[in-house]
Design a protein around this ligand. Sequence first.
Ligand SMILES: *Cc1c(COP(=O)(O)O)cnc(C)c1O
Length: 373
Amino acid sequence: MTDASDIPIRVRPEIAALPPYKQGRQAGGDAFKLSSNENPFDPLPGVVEAIRSATAVNRYPDASAARLRERLAERFGVASDEVHIGAGSVSILAQLILATSGPGDEVIYAWRSFEAYPWLAVVAGATAVEVPLAEGARHDLPAMVAAITERTRSIIVCSPNNPTGPIVTQAEFDAFIAQVPSDVLVILDEAYAEFVTDPDAVDGLLVLGNATYPNVVVLRTFSKAFGLAGLRVGYAVGHKRILDAARSTSIPLSVTAQAEVAALASLDAEEELLDRVRAIAERRDQLVAALRDAGWRVPDAQGNFVWLPTGDETLTAAQAFDEAGIIVRPFAGDGIRISVGEAESVEKVLRIAASLVSHLPAGHAGARESVER
Ligand SMILES: *Cc1c(COP(=O)(O)O)cnc(C)c1O
């Protein structure tokens, strides 16, 4: 909490109460930055070339990124007005929440999940309803259904869940959506969809093919698998009229021409980029297996990150990683998220993690009971 009394103007109290923005640690020297789920590979030459070619920066960009919308529409077999482009999928999330959920309305999401969700609800003036994760750090969809009231306007489902890692299965999602009132927006946040290897995982694009549920909007991004985090470009696929509502709340012209051409060039190079994604997913699976062998209780990981349930030891553990040149994302009192980064980072992560688990207090929930310590 901050003190509103030192702000020289009147600010909405719920905004004044938000913690001031704190920049994450930047990697210095030879440290590995594994704190933001970024793609460790350098951009492809064709993508860099496309960005270099977009030099008419005295002009505003195309307001709707029509070429990218058409390209994605073709790829997913929908109409181009069923695709909406934003400056990162977080900005589309914000638009959808603003469009649906104001003061007195409720936004339901799992917790712990993506850090932006509570903040987006507050900014919209809506009430956040957080539903604790179930065993295995997975979404508890039945509990989320039970949390629906007549004030519920939007529900966010994050699969794979950032920061804990597990997916929602297609069967779970189907059972869930059948119980959600048809006038409540369901946002399926699939920022890490490309990294998923579990065949049972929900696939938003299959959900969209099911005309019974026009209240579902699927969010994906070029930031993670496609490695364009720095350019800010993401997209939504869903009902045209829902996307129109989102567009109405958007800050116009936020998607730059450079972002649009880089996304198009990435789709041209999709095969090559997906090879990289496969390499990261394999590295992730090896990392999870090794962490479990070392004694950690690691939830299923289907994104490009792993979760260590460090609990009360979180800040000391993050400090140990930091001192060894590994920048991780700690969530105080809960756990540490480590992105799957450069191949050379893996051994280092494992060495520190193994030492940490052997020093956890007896009975710590992050350690597997079966492991002798
Ligand atoms: C990274 C992330 C996003 C999107 O990020 P953008 O860079 O804004 O596209 C959305 N949802 C989750 C859960 C994420 O982790």
